[in-house]
Design a protein around this ligand. Structure first.
Ligand SMILES: NC(=O)c1ccc[n+]([C@@H]2O[C@H](COP(=O)([O-])OP(=O)(O)OC[C@H]3O[C@@H](n4cnc5c(N)ncnc54)[C@H](OP(=O)(O)O)[C@@H]3O)[C@@H](O)[C@H]2O)c1
Length: 263
């Protein structure tokens, strides 16, 4: 019953994790706002939800900071309040640091970090007024360590932890709770949509991603984390061990990282 009638805004809802969070949340009675850049894909997701009448599509490119205030106004004027914001939109990377053009580093930061914090800064004051709300961020295990071919991606996800750990403390007295969820491999299009060093799409489905959690299974686990207001959660198979090794034996992890084949 936790999600019954709650208004949940999901970014990156046209595909993968965001898409399956939408199905799972709508199944549990949540009303949804689905956002991303591809309107047709969002409509496809809406039509596949259990109760499409309770689902609204609002296209939004989170890296377009001028578009954010208008989108927030539209959600507030249509629904009155946002109970849960799920910042899920993101893009990954498949290139060595020195082979990645600076414009691509910026693009990844613009979507994964600045897009996420810009939307959060626009939504959180509405939650403050009501003295309730939840902000959820889909980070990554790459938010907890760095590895070859992921420099910009890992940097963007690490930045989210710094920002949202701070914000969690600041918004606690207002009754707002912040959860950072760090997925390991989830079988989505993330590696196909990942950027190469010149900004072109990787267009390859990685075997590791194929072997990850199916997105519906991941979504159910994520809903449990959100319900419990967990501060941070790793949802991963054995790749989650890397987070523990990096935390408790960083010198050993540094040696392992050199040999990781993540291309
Ligand atoms: N799958 C994994 O193994 C994995 C592991 C760790 C973390 N994650 C994280 O999980 C999140 C979701 O990724 P996914 O695996 O579901 O990959 P995905 O299938 O590629 O989905 C990415 C979503 O982000 C949206 N998006 C991309 N750029 C956007 C922008 N500028 N503005 C708004 N939306 C944008 C895409 O929609 P449009 O193209 O329609 O804009 C799409 O809905 C990401 O933050 C990713 O870093 C995934």
């Amino acid at each position: 019953m936790y999600f019954q009638n709650k208004l949940v805004w999901i970014t990156g809802a046209s595909s993968g994790i965001g898409e399956y969070l939408a199905y799972a949340l709508n199944e549990e009675g949540a009303r949804l706002v689905l956002s991303s850049r591809k309107t047709e894909e969002l409509e496809r997701v809406r039509s596949r939800c259990k109760n499409p009448d309770t689902v609204c599509v609002i296209p939004l490119d989170v890296s377009d900071q001028d578009a954010i205030p208008k989108a927030v106004e539209e959600v507030i004027s249509s629904f009155g309040a946002i109970d849960i914001l799920i910042n899920n939109a993101g893009i990954s990377q498949r290139e060595l640091a020195l082979g990645t053009q600076l414009s691509v580093d910026r693009q990844i930061m613009d979507v994964n970090y600045f897009g996420t914090i810009a939307l959060t800064k626009a939504v959180a004051p509405h939650m403050q007024t009501r003295r309730t709300g939840q902000i959820v961020v889909i980070s990554s295990v790459m938010g907890k360590f760095g590895a070859p071919y992921r420099s910009a991606y890992a940097a963007s996800k690490h930045a989210l932890h710094g920002f949202f750990d701070s914000l969690r403390a600041e918004l606690y007295p207002d009754g707002i709770r912040v959860s950072l969820i760090c997925p390991g491999y989830v079988h989505t299009n993330v590696t196909i949509n990942a950027l190469r060093g010149d900004g072109s799409p990787n267009s390859v489905m990685a075997e590791s991603t194929k072997g990850g959690f199916p997105p519906d299974v991941f979504a159910k686990k994520a809903l449990r984390v959100i319900k419990k207001h967990k501060r941070e959660a790793i949802i991963a198979k054995k790749e989650g061990l890397a987070v523990l090794i990096n935390r408790f034996a960083p010198a050993i992890f540094a040696r392992i990282a050199r040999n990781l084949k993540l291309k």
